[in-house]
Design a protein. Sequence first.
Length: 220
Amino acid sequence: MDDLTQHRKARLRALIDSPVYKGSQAAFANACGLTEGRVSQLLKPDQSFGERSAKNIASELRLGDRYFEEGFAAPQETRVSNVAAAPELRKAKRVPITGSVKGGDDGYLVQDNGIDGWVDYWTGDPEAHALRIKGDSMHPRYRAGEFVIVTPSVEAQPGRDVVVKLTNGKCLLKQLNWIRDDEVQLLSINNGYAPMTISRSEIETIARVAGSVGPDSMLL
């Protein structure tokens, strides 16, 4: 394994072990849109961790394209660098908890806005907020007591979970399948419902779900 690859893996390990993910590869994988198996593969000493993979993860987490290369100096480098030292890992920010949600019998969310508090999460979105999961309707993706982090300022891409607010006031927590000129298709998180195709005119907002944190992350 070359020195740059080793450096990238060390930066990746430090990120996963940060207070945001608390060493959970599953939480980190969910936040950056990878499978847990792919994250495990990137950490293995005998597996590659190339520039493209590093750039994609850093971009997804809004860390900057060269995050995994920051602080690296090639062994043959002898001249004095004029590049500033790499900044410390950004600290998690306090994300307000705006309520709780659970899946209703009709597939729509049942909401409760009576929760006060915060959770720590690694995001640069100033509009980020958290919703507490109630019940088991979204198990095993999201378990009762966990918090999903919603980042409205980050554009949602197909394949990511989203919170969709309709013009009639109803809400959905689904996986975004595709967006076309006048329609959006959503997939059920727990396969309990058939795909749902909705006219764009019926949708007020589509907010990206960045990830989730456990019940012990709540701060009063």
